[in-house]
Design a protein. Structure first.
Length: 329
């Protein structure tokens, strides 16, 4: 059991390191990109470039928030918060979705609408094109880094399944943000390119509007998934099966009345279970069986940090008399 826990701690540290590495890579990339996009927006007057600058600024803020949430989640439990602070990671991830929705999405929608209704010609569009191409390369690198980090824990799940069911919010958030950034940059490049080719600045505004809609969609997905984590998600089916097996291995337990699990954080699981024992079982035997079952649960599912086992007396329900079928002799 000690070996299993040591291995799990090593895996958790590695996974946390991967998340942090992906966040730091995205933060550094977005900070530099935000500055370059902002300068290009001032030079060219492109609303697509301005929307992308605000997008990168929002992403930079979001990555900083994820780092703060990860750091605060490590605080030890105390009398006021006996279950610890692991959910800080979920709270900050939810704030990320709000920032992305308001600062990124709504601003781009407004700017796109303004540019479509009052189009203005671009100046020095080549500057915008160069910055966008460079930004696509940098954001693509950040996306590849995030994807490699996610692959360390994704297993055989699809990318959508990983985003939907991951208990750690950092990597899914970075993946969605980086994928949205690359897509938004391509859209901005198309908007600027079509504006240059046709001489019609409305295309720049349309590109900006599409970027805004994309950011709003990503923000809504992040908010919905993080809300589910904040409410409290159960353990995976595989871990629940392991917990059941660990409990039913105990000879003293007749059956499981109910089993409840909830993630307090990505690597902290609360387990509450009610089991039955035979009438007349002495307290010492129940205590030993409970301790033994808890040890097996922790060996099978190392993230089960809090386990509460409630014993009860098994009382078989009397079976109703068989009802004779109509026409039976």
């Amino acid at each position: 059991m000690q070996t299993g826990n040591r291995i799990w701690r090593l895996v958790s540290v590695a996974a946390e390191g991967s998340s942090t590495r992906a966040v730091l890579t995205a933060l550094a990339a977005n900070l530099g990109i935000a500055v370059s996009k902002g300068v290009a927006a001032l030079i060219t007057g492109s609303s697509s470039m301005l929307a992308e600058a605000v997008h990168s600024l929002a992403d930079t803020t979001n990555q900083a928030l994820l780092l703060v949430g990860g750091r605060r989640a490590k605080k030890a439990a105390n009398e006021q918060h006996p279950f610890g602070y692991a959910r800080e990671r979920y709270i900050y991830a939810f704030i990320v979705s709000i920032v992305l929705f308001t600062l990124g999405g709504l601003f781009a929608l407004y700017e796109g609408y303004h540019k479509i209704t009052e189009p203005k010609a671009l100046t020095s569009p080549l500057v915008a094109v160069i910055i966008l191409v460079i930004a696509i390369g940098l954001e693509g690198y950040a996306l590849i880094t995030a994807a490699k980090s996610a692959n360390e824990t994704r297993g055989n799940r699809t990318w959508w399944q990983f985003i939907r069911h991951a208990k750690a919010p950092e990597l899914p958030t970075i993946l969605l943000e980086d994928a949205g950034a690359v897509t938004g940059l391509v859209v901005a490049l198309l908007g600027v390119g079509l504006t240059v080719i046709t001489g019609n600045a409305v295309f720049d505004g349309i590109g900006t509007f599409v970027i805004g809609a994309l950011l709003v969609a990503i923000a809504v997905i992040l908010a919905m998934e993080t809300k589910s984590l904040l409410i409290g998600e159960a353990a995976s089916k595989a871990n629940i099966a392991r917990i059941r097996e660990a409990l039913l291995t105990e000879p003293l337990f007749d059956r499981i009345v109910h089993l409840r699990t909830m993630h307090l954080g990505p690597d902290e699981l609360l387990v509450a279970v009610k089991v039955t024992v035979a009438p007349g079982t002495v307290a010492e035997e129940i205590s030993n069986a409970t301790n033994s079952a808890e040890a097996r649960i922790r060996a099978a599912v190392p993230i089960a940090t809090l386990i509460f086992v409630e014993p009860d007396i098994y009382q078989p329900q009397p079976q109703p008399d068989a009802v004779a079928e109509p026409g039976a002799a």
